[in-house]
Design a protein around this ligand. Structure first.
Ligand SMILES: CC(=O)N[C@H]1[C@@H](OP(=O)(O)O)O[C@H](CO)[C@@H](O)[C@@H]1O
Ligand SMILES: [Mg+2]
Length: 545
């Protein structure tokens, strides 16, 4: 049996883990390990060990590692693992990642590594392959060096794709593992990603015109240069796509996500102060690693109007639902929408009552939504924050290609659906791909952002963060919409909600921060605010016990 002990020991000494205060542990959370970058070097090294094990366990299929902290401040960074099909690391393995990272010494690290290999019956002679990329954070260099040390110590083949958006890395992982098979996902290169999206974009538009300029705020992150690169692949003689890329300064790390980007726009509910936008111009924002997307415009009368993940979800569901009907596939393919409890209630009502599509609510975190969306032939999933995609089952994709059209209209619908299958990133939410999708839909419907916003009126809502002693005491059920513990808290929330019209509220422990989040919505803004405050007080009181 191959033995990596010596190599791991030597390399681990060069990339040590920063000990945490007694009783605290590093945790593979919703988005992998994410924290201040100076705590991450040893973690990145150990993630390299895990990625090697995972690749070997899966007979040498390529595993991805992405180094990014998304919309967090520039001083943070993160490390997360991508599974062979381009989806997130299988949940069971989060525990193994946590075990490796929390091993208190180099010797114990080697012991945990060998124990995992033995327990999981991993043959350390099988070849391993890991591919990786990073966002624009300066700390990415150190973390890549540490990751590579982990991969080298365990004898894994590795490929450095350098700067990438998170969804590009997911694309490359799936493309690598499907290369040369009938299910090939595309060329195994960054250029392959651009070619695939650009070609599918032109095909999906089917000659429709895109009106006006689109201003894209790139959060001063990796999405800026990558979007500019993609635009070069869109043939000017075929599509008139007038895009103005702004906030794309990646040379000054301190401006990353600063007063711009999708998270800023969604949480502050306003446009980035810079550059100042003309009223009426169609705008959107990506986040720091380009996997979230939010649209908005400044209305000359009502001011800032935002179209978030719920809106993108209902827009996509409505468009694709109509196409499936026109294509004559309505009885063959099951379409569904997946949301979390944070989805605006008005969007849920619109999708169920107006579009007549089923909606399933899952716990927070895209891995949950992704999994449930896979249960449909066409699964549309978005978090309200703008992270999401549309998944097509193999049956759906083959129906788009192979169904016999009975009329030109049917053929047109089938061709558009087939193009969407290529345009929409099937591995993970992808802001650039989602943006092209929105532009295609608006062009087909001949809609402005105002037309899109008119489909339904959002219920006023408020999200509050509440500091508590021990957030883990707050345990939920029913897709996080009801508290099971501490006993009594849910009854009090129910009593508060009853006092308001069309109201809904819930509280849950955050999976990414040491706090609880309270969400409330109601018929008016003041009632939504008042309800949120009441529920926040309830949580504060129980949190102090
Ligand atoms: C209300 C909210 O936006 N929660 C976010 C946030 O999770 P929390 O578990 O709520 O901290 O970060 C997650 C990872 O980015 C994202 O998936 C989720 O939507
Ligand atoms: Mg992100």
């Amino acid at each position: 049996m191959e033995n990596h002990d010596k190599a791991i020991l030597a390399a681990s000494a060069r990339h040590p883990i920063v000990p945490l205060p007694k009783g605290q542990f590093y945790n593979y959370g919703t988005a992998g390990f994410r924290m201040k970058a100076d705590l991450l070097e040893g973690i990145s090294f150990r993630v390299g060990l895990l990625a090697s094990l995972r690749s070997r366990k899966l007979n040498g299929q390529a595993i991805g590692v992405m180094i990014t902290a998304s919309h967090n401040p520039a001083a943070d960074n993160g490390v997360k693992i991508v599974d062979p099909m381009g989806d997130m690391l299988e949940q069971d393995w989060e525990r193994y990642a946590t075990a490796l990272v929390n091993a208190p010494s180099d010797d114990e690290l080697v012991a945990v590594y060998n124990k995992l290999a033995a327990e999981l019956k991993i043959d350390l002679i099988v070849p391993a392959k890991v591919i990786y990329g990073r966002d624009t954070r300066p700390s990415g260099h150190t973390l890549v060096t540490a990751l590579v040390a982990g991969l080298a110590a365990t004898g894994a083949e590795h490929v450095d794709y350098k700067l990438l958006t998170t969804p590009q890395l997911h694309y490359l992982v799936r493309a690598t593992n499907s290369e040369g098979t009938p299910l090939s996902y595309g060329k195994v290169s960054e250029v392959g990603y651009y070619e695939k999206l650009a070609e599918a974009f032109v095909r999906a538009l089917r000659g429709r015109r895109i009106d006006g300029t689109l201003v894209v705020d790139c959060a001063n992150g990796v999405g800026g240069p990558k979007l500019s690169e993609l635009l070069k692949y869109i043939p000017k003689d075929k599509v008139n796509f007038d895009v103005k890329v702004v906030n794309d300064d990646v040379l000054r790390p301190e401006v990353l996500n600063l007063e711009c980007g999708a998270d800023f726009v969604k949480t502050k509910q306003r446009a980035p102060p810079s550059p100042k936008q003309q009223p009426g111009i169609r705008c959107c924002s990506l986040d720091g690693d380009a996997d979230r997307l939010i649209y908005y415009w400044i209305d000359p009368e009502s001011g800032f109007v935002m179209l978030d993940g719920d809106r993108i979800s209902s827009l996509a569901a409505s468009f694709i639902g109509d196409l499936v009907e026109s294509a004559g596939l309505k009885n063959d393919l099951r379409i569904g929408v997946v949301q979390t409890a944070y989805a605006n209630g008005a969007s849920t009502t619109y999708i169920t009552q107006h579009l007549r599509l089923p909606v399933i609510c899952t716990p927070t975190g895209v891995k949950h939504l992704h999994h449930v969306a896979q249960g449909f032939d066409i699964g549309v999933y978005f978090e309200a924050n703008g992270h999401g995609t549309v998944l097509f089952s193999p049956d759906a994709l083959s129906a788009f290609r192979n169904a016999e059209p009975q009329s030109p209209a049917q053929k047109d619908a089938l061709d558009t659906l087939a193009a969407l299958g290529d345009l929409i990133n099937q591995t993970v939410g992808d802001a650039i791909s989602d943006m092209l999708l929105v532009e295609v839909i608006l062009a087909h419907k001949n809609w402005t952002l105002r037309d899109w916003a008119m489909t339904y009126a959002d219920l006023p809502n408020r999200l509050v963060r509440v500091e508590v002693g021990d957030k883990d005491r707050f345990r939920t059920t029913d897709a996080e919409r009801r508290l099971l513990h501490p006993a009594g808290a849910q009854d009090e929330i129910d009593q508060a909600v009853k006092k308001y019209k069309d109201a809904r509220a819930f509280a849950r422990a955050s999976g990414t921060e040491n706090a609880c989040r309270v969400y409330a919505e109601a018929a008016t803004r003041s009632e939504a605010n008042e309800l949120a405050e009441r529920v926040a007080h309830i949580i504060e009181r129980y949190g102090a016990q």
